[in-house]
Design a protein. Structure first.
Length: 320
């Protein structure tokens, strides 16, 4: 049975110039959807974002007292949408970068193919590929390849925030990043067995004004990489710590073998601190391997706790 209620979530921070047009452009009648509502999550805006969103016809506007970051705004917005009895949640930016008329196209695979998540891709269809700075495009490609490697997927765009989630996917999603959420959400949902498909859409590549999220490309890259690293640590602890263990122990063994070969040369003395370094590297590798085994054991408990949390959240929003 098709979902009967769609909540369009719009996280916004100082977007008074575009928020009204985005809210007004959200299609209110979509085949397969009984009701469409618009939720604006204001992340501590200091301008007229809230007033303009309300006057433009937003169903509900929720505000943070101060700017907490896009990741927190998204998480709070998803929970608010669930409390509004959403069957499908579409997240779209407030800056007009995405076309709200693409929402029916974005949710079609959920309605027709029963997938769990759809995400807009800017690069799968070359005819729709936007014009953007080469640095941004390079960074997008780099992060996409990294996410594909970690999740064994074949995405073409893992940074795009224009996405649709089923209620079940939204309930199972547990995120921790404050700065952003796009990569972490994919890793989290894929780890939990959710089916994710890409939908090519036309997107504005070069926006007017500065991004509220990406102040500097290198700052964004570092912060996003930290979030991905933490997600990998949480979802695949044995691979994370085991990989570090192999790296350190391997370095110690190779360095030790090199010192042994050098020691065979007549008249050459090996400094004692170098020998200590070899043992420390190998010991660190063994410790990391031990951490990996312990973390892998605790990961089972984490899965049980997440299942309990899922049922508690589901019971709360369904009034059970």
């Amino acid at each position: 049975m098709p979902a009967n209620k769609l909540i369009v979530l719009i996280p916004a921070f100082n977007e008074e110039n575009t928020i009204a047009s985005v809210v007004k452009s959200i299609p209110r009648k979509i085949t397969g959807i009984g009701k469409v509502e618009v939720l604006v999550l204001d992340d501590g805006s200091k301008d007229r974002t809230v007033a303009k969103a309300k006057s433009a016809g937003a169903t509900k506007v929720v505000s943070h007292p101060k700017n907490l970051g896009l990741g927190i705004a998204f998480q709070d917005g998803v929970w608010e949408a669930l409390k509004m009895k959403a069957d499908i949640i579409v997240n779209i930016d407030a800056d007009g970068q995405f076309n709200p008329n693409d929402i029916p196209k974005l949710i079609a695979p959920i309605l027709n193919q029963q997938v769990d998540v759809t995400t807009c891709t800017r690069f799968k269809d070359k005819a729709l590929e936007p014009k953007m700075p080469w640095v941004k495009k390079f960074g997008n490609n780099l992060f996409t390849k990294l996410i594909n490697y970690l999740t064994k997927s074949n995405f073409t765009d893992t940074q795009c925030g224009f996405r649709a989630y089923t209620k079940d996917a939204a309930l199972k999603m547990n995120l921790f990043g404050k700065f952003t959420y796009t990569q972490e959400a994919l890793m989290d949902l894929i780890h939990k067995g959710m089916t994710v498909v890409e939908v090519p859409c036309k997107v504005v590549g070069e926006r007017d004004g500065k991004s509220r999220v990406v102040k500097h490309w290198y700052s964004y890259g570092i912060k996003a990489l930290i979030i991905i690293t933490r997600a990998l640590r949480d979802h695949k602890p044995l691979k994370f710590f085991g990989g570090l263990g192999v790296l350190f122990a391997g370095a110690g063994i190779i360095y030790g073998a090199l010192l042994w070969v050098i020691s065979l040369t007549p008249g050459v003395d090996i400094a004692f601190w170098r020998i200590i370094l070899v043992f420390l590297l190998i010991l660190l590798g063994v410790l990391m391997g031990g951490f990996g085994l312990l973390a892998d054991m605790s990961d089972r408990q984490k899965k049980i706790q997440e299942e309990i949390l899922y049922r508690m959240k589901k019971g709360e929003i369904e009034g059970k």
